[in-house]
Every structure is written in structure tokens, then in C-alpha cells.
Write a protein that binds this ligand. Sequence first.
Ligand SMILES: *[C@@H]1O[C@H](CO)[C@@H](O)[C@H](O)[C@H]1NC(C)=O
Ligand SMILES: *[C@@H]1O[C@H](CO)[C@@H](O)[C@H](O)[C@H]1NC(C)=O
Ligand SMILES: *[C@@H]1O[C@H](CO)[C@@H](O)[C@H](O)[C@H]1NC(C)=O
Ligand SMILES: *[C@@H]1O[C@H](CO)[C@@H](O)[C@H](O)[C@H]1NC(C)=O
Ligand SMILES: *[C@@H]1O[C@H](CO)[C@@H](O)[C@H](O)[C@H]1NC(C)=O
Ligand SMILES: *[C@@H]1O[C@H](CO)[C@@H](O)[C@H](O)[C@H]1NC(C)=O
Ligand SMILES: *[C@@H]1O[C@H](CO)[C@@H](O)[C@H](O)[C@H]1NC(C)=O
Ligand SMILES: *[C@@H]1O[C@H](CO)[C@@H](O)[C@H](O)[C@H]1NC(C)=O
Ligand SMILES: *[C@@H]1O[C@H](CO)[C@@H](O)[C@H](O)[C@H]1NC(C)=O
Ligand SMILES: *[C@@H]1O[C@H](CO)[C@@H](O)[C@H](O)[C@H]1NC(C)=O
Ligand SMILES: *[C@@H]1O[C@H](CO)[C@@H](O)[C@H](O)[C@H]1NC(C)=O
Ligand SMILES: *[C@@H]1O[C@H](CO)[C@@H](O)[C@H](O)[C@H]1NC(C)=O
Length: 405
Amino acid sequence: MLCFRLAPVLLCLVLGAAQSYALELNLKNKEDVTCLYAKWQMNFTVQYETTNKTNETVSIPVLGNVTYNESFCGDDHNASRLAVKFRSGFSWFVNFTKRVTHYSIESIVFTYNTNDSSIFPDAKDKGLVTVHKPVMFSIPLNDIFRCNSLFTYETNGVVHNYWDIHVQAFVENGTVSTKEFVCEEDRSSTTVPPVIHTTVPSPTTTSPPVEKPEVGNYSVGEGNSTCLLATMGLQLNITHDKVASVININPNTTGFTGSCQPKRAQLRLNNSVVKYLDFVFAVKNENRFYLKEVNANISLTNGSVFSFSNENLSYWDAPLGSSYMCNKEQTVSVSGKFQINTFGLRVQPFKVKEGVFSTAQDCTADDDNFLVPIAVGAALAGVLILVLLAYFIGLKRHHAGYEQF
Ligand SMILES: *[C@@H]1O[C@H](CO)[C@@H](O)[C@H](O)[C@H]1NC(C)=O
Ligand SMILES: *[C@@H]1O[C@H](CO)[C@@H](O)[C@H](O)[C@H]1NC(C)=O
Ligand SMILES: *[C@@H]1O[C@H](CO)[C@@H](O)[C@H](O)[C@H]1NC(C)=O
Ligand SMILES: *[C@@H]1O[C@H](CO)[C@@H](O)[C@H](O)[C@H]1NC(C)=O
Ligand SMILES: *[C@@H]1O[C@H](CO)[C@@H](O)[C@H](O)[C@H]1NC(C)=O
Ligand SMILES: *[C@@H]1O[C@H](CO)[C@@H](O)[C@H](O)[C@H]1NC(C)=O
Ligand SMILES: *[C@@H]1O[C@H](CO)[C@@H](O)[C@H](O)[C@H]1NC(C)=O
Ligand SMILES: *[C@@H]1O[C@H](CO)[C@@H](O)[C@H](O)[C@H]1NC(C)=O
Ligand SMILES: *[C@@H]1O[C@H](CO)[C@@H](O)[C@H](O)[C@H]1NC(C)=O
Ligand SMILES: *[C@@H]1O[C@H](CO)[C@@H](O)[C@H](O)[C@H]1NC(C)=O
Ligand SMILES: *[C@@H]1O[C@H](CO)[C@@H](O)[C@H](O)[C@H]1NC(C)=O
Ligand SMILES: *[C@@H]1O[C@H](CO)[C@@H](O)[C@H](O)[C@H]1NC(C)=O
């Protein structure tokens, strides 16, 4: 508060940085039971133009008198909003949409007021500026999303920083869940509390299956907002203490979720044995996608946990706007000790239109690409041999000829 009255921006910033101010909202519905819970921290960095035509960058902490009263839980129980207002004219909100198995956030809307001269001294344009940041978060229903790590987004000269996030929309029965859906960035941190398994890993899942895994359908987002699609049968092959465990993923008992960003898309599977199995896709050369990363944490039957990550893979490469398909068995080698055999694979991590796959690039094309150089090489080798033969025959004849003289 002092910070606002005294107005010097520097003092504000110092206080802001020193003070760790968590936002918290426990929103209740008409029946007075919790329907939305959120606790998080955020701040923003904004670039603006000054009257003397230079660009300045300022940091906007979210503290002081913060109101949440435009947050609501919809009467239909399928839409809700988390909204924050602070200072004069500054606001931030996200809408949550409830789907069949997940709830999602599709955009973040942030409004700032360049009239506020304590934050924007000498701003050339004065007034409200609203920026929409499209995001794609899909969280399993009845899970609380947790992310202690810093999340940063940049759009229209505004940098959003979010950290220490705990959020659950569509809270059931008024009790905030203890089941956490932990963001990928937090996974490596050792403070991750154990996920409570409701089912004990069944011993049959790790007995060496000879049968093929069942093909499952996975997606991130729903309907027209689907951003990632995958159809695949998955067989994990983990070598631990020189023993290979082969685990088929049963799509009937496997949950999935994920997130999509313009150049990065993630699909996460989880079940009672697989705490998480992430497939992370990236864009290369602006025009192709590929499987870049696999992260896994799997409970083995002997009680040990296998955890592995490889961020330098290059599989399932296809043009953006198409899907990658491979019907035959294919192996993704994550490490010497961890392979994933795929069956009936089709994936499209980007540019999904109307919830359906686009045309496919088939993996047999990989083989064709492979065969062409071989064919060309073989032809060249043939020509070379003929040339050499002709040369040696010619040389012999010449030799014979010279000796006659
Ligand atoms: C915060 O709100 C309270 C009550 O509405 C008010 O008395 C106080 O002056 C406000 N402080 C600032 C810095 O706006
Ligand atoms: C904004 O958040 C970032 C990331 O946590 C932090 O490094 C920075 O100091 C914060 N800025 C302010 C003004 O609080
Ligand atoms: C422009 O204005 C800013 C803020 O008032 C000031 O720090 C900067 O020195 C000015 N630049 C010029 C070129 O006058
Ligand atoms: C200020 O930023 C705007 C928008 O990013 C840009 O068009 C303009 O050239 C910048 N001006 C200066 C002086 O850097
Ligand atoms: C939110 O609270 C503020 C101050 O307490 C009040 O002026 C405003 O009318 C409220 N808005 C809504 C939508 O209830
Ligand atoms: C929410 O539910 C109502 C009534 O059940 C329906 O009309 C509306 O389309 C639903 N909204 C969404 C976003 O699913
Ligand atoms: C958020 O939800 C409100 C009310 O349901 C709606 O009017 C608004 O358009 C939505 N905004 C975004 C960005 O989705
Ligand atoms: C900004 O300030 C001008 C002049 O002081 C005022 O007319 C205008 O309503 C203000 N706009 C906002 C969004 O505060
Ligand atoms: C909420 O209550 C209903 C009925 O008592 C129960 O079936 C359901 O499992 C509960 N949900 C959670 C998440 O506890
Ligand atoms: C999806 O998009 C198509 C074409 O834009 C439209 O006809 C259809 O109604 C949309 N479906 C939903 C569920 O929004
Ligand atoms: C599992 O991996 C081991 C070691 O790489 C290999 O010998 C075995 O054939 C693999 N089994 C399957 C079903 O892929
Ligand atoms: C999965 O569910 C389908 C339909 O209920 C069933 O036919 C199939 O056998 C199940 N698969 C497994 C591996 O349990």
C-alpha cells in the first residue's frame, strides 16, 4: 500500500521482488460448497512506448487490493472462471471448460492500464490494453493441477510469469482433491509427493506378454479444440538388472492428458503401473514435426521404480499439417534399457482440424527414402565394376600389343 502512495516505481519493484505474494481463492457456489480452488503467484512484464518514442519495459507485480469477485462457477457446472482485478483497470482471467474426462483452459486474458503513471511513466498511449494468450491445458477431472516451476508466456510485448500454481476447477463434493496432476517442469524436482495409487500394479501386466498390445485412442483437447491426436498400441520393454520386463499398455485402464503449444505438444499417459509416460513433439525447420522427447516413470513388479527421459529423439517425422502413420511394428529406442514397440501407430501433434486426422505420411515412405540411395549406390557400383573391367581388359590388350613390337 505504501508502495502505491509513494509511487516511486523502483521502490515498488524492490518491495515486489522481496515480497512473495500468493494469490488465493476458495470459491463457493450457491450451496456454499467449494467449486473452484486456486492458489498461485504471477507477475507481468510489459513493453510500452513513451512520449519520447523510446520503448520501456516495466514489471507489474500483482499485489495490494486484489479482488476476485468476477470469478464464478457456472450454473450448468460445465464452465467457470477465475478472475482477478487489481490496481485500477488491471485484470486477469481464465475460463475453465468441463469436458467428459477433463477440464481445460484455452486462453488467458490480461488487461493493463497505461493510464497508471506510477507503472507506465510517460506512456504515449493511455488506456486499457487487453492481450489474449491462447494456451491449451487439459487436466483430468477431479485432479488438482500443481506446478511449482516457473511458466512463462510471451505475447504482444507482454511476458506472463506464473509459478507455485495449485488449481482445481469443478471441485466435486466440495473437497479439493489430493490427487495432483503435476506439470512436466516439476517432475524432476525431488519435492514431488508420491501419487497415491488406488490400484496395486497387477502382476499379470509384467509377465512377458507374447500378444500384441491393444490399440488405444488418445487426444488432447476435445471436439474442435482437439490439438493432438494419437492412435497406437504400446508395448514397453524395460531391461532392469539384466531382466527384460515387457509391459503392454491397456488403453481401457490408461488415462491421458497433455498440453499443446505452437511448437511443442505433449501427450501424457498414466495408469496404476505407469505413473507417467510422456510423448513430447516438437517442430523443426518450421515445417515438420517429430517425436523429440520421451519421459517415463514406471513401477516394476519387484517394487523398484524405473524413471527415464531422453530429450534428443528423432522419430515419427512428418510434415506439419499431416499425420504420421505406421501400421507395422516399430520400435522407439529411448535408451539401451528402454524401448517402446508401437503397433498400428498414427499421430498428429499439431494443426489438427475439427478433431480428425489429416492425411498421413506412412512410415513405408521412410523405407522408400532408405531404398533410393541403396538403389542408386548399387547402380553406381555396377557401372564402376564395368568401367574397371573394361579398363583392365583394355590394359591387357595394350600390354600384349606393346610386347609384340
Ligand atoms: C484497499 O481496499 C481498502 C478497502 O476497500 C481501502 O480502505 C484501501 O484504501 C485500499 N488500498 C489501496 C492501496 O487501494
Ligand atoms: C516476476 O516473476 C519472476 C519469476 O518468478 C521473478 O524473477 C521476478 O523477480 C518477478 N518480478 C517482480 C517485480 O516481482
Ligand atoms: C525517454 O524517456 C525515458 C523515461 O522518461 C527516459 O528514461 C529516457 O532517458 C528518455 N530518452 C530520451 C532519448 O529522451
Ligand atoms: C518499439 O516497439 C514497437 C513495437 O514492438 C516497434 O515497432 C518500435 O520500432 C520500437 N521502437 C523503438 C524505438 O525501439
Ligand atoms: C466487486 O467488488 C468491488 C469492491 O468490493 C465492487 O465495487 C464491485 O461491484 C464488485 N463486483 C461484482 C461483479 O460483484
Ligand atoms: C453447458 O451445459 C449447458 C446445459 O447443459 C449447455 O447448454 C452448454 O452448451 C454447455 N456448455 C459447454 C461449454 O459445454
Ligand atoms: C469466458 O467465459 C465468458 C462467460 O462464459 C464468456 O463470455 C467469454 O467470452 C469467455 N472468454 C474467453 C476468452 O473464452
Ligand atoms: C485514462 O485517463 C484519461 C484522462 O485522464 C481518462 O479520460 C480515461 O477515462 C482514462 N482511461 C482509463 C481506462 O482509465
Ligand atoms: C462425490 O460424491 C458422490 C456421491 O456421494 C460419489 O459418488 C463421488 O465418488 C464423490 N466424488 C469424489 C471425487 O469424491
Ligand atoms: C466444429 O467446426 C465445424 C466447422 O467449423 C462446425 O461446423 C461445427 O459445428 C463445430 N463443432 C463444434 C462442436 O463446435
Ligand atoms: C526387449 O529388449 C531386449 C533387450 O534390448 C531384447 O532382447 C528383447 O528382444 C526385447 N523384447 C521385445 C518384446 O521387444
Ligand atoms: C477393453 O475394453 C473393450 C470393450 O469393453 C474389450 O473388448 C477389451 O477386451 C478390453 N481390453 C482389455 C485389454 O481389457
